[in-house]
Design a protein around this ligand. Structure first.
Ligand SMILES: [Zn+2]
Ligand SMILES: [Zn+2]
Length: 253
C-alpha cells in the first residue's frame, strides 16, 4: 500500500523532486516489486511473462488471429455472430501475470496500476482511435460501486482519454438492473442476462448525438456486455461505437 501512495504522490511532482524521491524509494516493478529503471513499469522478466496481444488480431473483438492479415481480419465468432459495434482491440490476454494484475486493480486497491495499464490500452487502441471520439467506461451497478468504491474501468478510461487527448464521460452509461454473476453461464445465457441492462444516462443523451463512442472495459469475456452497451449508445443516437478491453478472456467454446 505504501508503494501505491508513493506512486500517487509522484504523479503530480516536478522531475527534480521525482529524481530525489527515487534515491530514497527506487521505482519498483508493478508485478514483482523488483527495482526497475522507471516508474509505472514491469521488469524485464515480468514483461516477457505478461501476455500482451501485439500480433494480428480480430479487428472487431481483439482476439488473436493466426497467420497474415487479409484486409478483413475478423475471427470466426465475429463473422458468424455480427457485432453491433465497428472495431475493437484488447491489450492483453487474460492469463498469467496479466490476470493477476487485472484482479489486483479490481479487488486489491492497486490504483498505482492505472497509469501503466492506461499506457497499454493507449498502445492497443492506436489503430482504432479517432479525433473527436468520446470515451466512456462500462459501468458497474450502483450497489456494486458502493461495495467496491471505484469502477476500475472508469479509472482506466479516464487516464486513457487524457493520454489520447479526447473527451471522456465517466457516467455516460448506467446499469439499470443488477445482473447476476456471469460465471458458469453459457454464451446464450450471458447475452440474455445482459440484454437491456445498460442505458445511456438520460442527462447524457445530448452528449452522444452523432458521436463515435469508444467503450472501455477491464475484462472482455463474452462480448455480451459490449453488445448491451453498444446497443444503448446507438439507440441514444451515437453514430458509431468501438470497443477496447484491457484483457481479453480466451474465446468461448
Ligand atoms: Zn517484475
Ligand atoms: Zn472477433
Amino acid at each position: 500500500m505504501m508503494g501505491a501512495k508513493i506512486k500517487a504522490l509522484r504523479a503530480g511532482m516536478p522531475a527534480a523532486m521525482t529524481r530525489a524521491l527515487h534515491l530514497v524509494f527506487p521505482p519498483r516493478c508493478i508485478a514483482c516489486s523488483e527495482a526497475v529503471g522507471d516508474d509505472f513499469g514491469l521488469c524485464g522478466p515480468c514483461w516477457r511473462e505478461t501476455p500482451f496481444l501485439t500480433g494480428l488480431c480480430c479487428d472487431q473483438c481483439g482476439a488473436p488471429l493466426p497467420g497474415e492479415g487479409t484486409g478483413d481480419d475478423r475471427c470466426d465468432d465475429c463473422l458468424t455472430l455480427p457485432r453491433p459495434w465497428g472495431r475493437g482491440r484488447a491489450a492483453l490476454a487474460y492469463d498469467g501475470t496479466a490476470r493477476r494484475l487485472v484482479l489486483a486493480l479490481k479487488h486489491g486497491d492497486r490504483l498505482d496500476l492505472v497509469p501503466p495499464m492506461a499506457g497499454w490500452l493507449h498502445r492497443a487502441a492506436g489503430p482504432i482511435l479517432e479525433p473527436g471520439m468520446l470515451i466512456a467506461p462500462i459501468p458497474l451497478h450502483r450497489l456494486r460501486l458502493l461495495k467496491r468504491r471505484y469502477n476500475q474501468s472508469a479509472l482506466l478510461s479516464a487516464k486513457l482519454a487524457t493520454r489520447a487527448g479526447v473527451d471522456h464521460c465517466p457516467d455516460l452509461l448506467q446499469r439499470i438492473r443488477a445482473t447476476p454473476s456471469q460465471d458458469h453461464r453459457s454464451r446464450a445465457e450471458r447475452f440474455a442476462n445482459l440484454d437491456g441492462s445498460i442505458r445511456v444516462a438520460p442527462r447524457r443523451t445530448d452528449l452522444v448525438q452523432g458521436r463515435h463512442v469508444l467503450l472501455v472495459d477491464d475484462v472482455m469475456t463474452s462480448c455480451a456486455t459490449f453488445t448491451a452497451a453498444t446497443r444503448a449508445c446507438l439507440a441514444a443516437g451515437a453514430a458509431n461505437v468501438s470497443v477496447l478491453s484491457l484483457a481479453r478472456v480466451a474465446k468461448d467454446a
